[in-house]
Ligand binder design. Sequence first.
Ligand SMILES: *[C@@H]1O[C@H](CO)[C@@H](O)[C@H](O)[C@H]1NC(C)=O
Length: 149
Amino acid sequence: MLQLSYVLVYCALLAPYYAYSQSESEVFKPGPCPKLPHPLPKATLKDKIFMVGIFTNGKSLRGSPNLTPCKLIDFRNPEGYTLIGTDNKSYFLFYVCTENNVDGKKFNFEIATAFVVPKGPDPGTDKRIREALDKNKLGLKEWFPFCKV
Ligand SMILES: *[C@@H]1O[C@H](CO)[C@@H](O)[C@H](O)[C@H]1NC(C)=O
């Protein structure tokens, strides 16, 4: 649990600063966080699951090719995240948006975090997961894996 919240907080809070330090910010979008057209109710799953990575707007946040194997963790709905895609058994896609003020202007930073069960779909290529992003009118085209399934 501790490790899960650590990684999620890391992604939601530190990634924008990392991205902003680059010459051109790719992951900040002007304006407040959008209201999702198709949020899903909270989910339950008794099995353990992998947190395999995130979708972002930033190409420069692309994952490293040398990924270590994913570790199984207990499933739960991450605090502050909204479920946007699932089949209730093999994959779960959660969305979070944070707002930041930069030079008096409001910007938002969004990510979608993907969880899959062992032998579950590859979020980077799975059509249903891409559709969940499209359905909610989210850019988030860049798949950034944390680990190897
Ligand atoms: C997943 O479970 C929820 C809550 O039980 C249900 O509303 C939803 O239709 C289910 N989705 C799928 C794809 O089975």
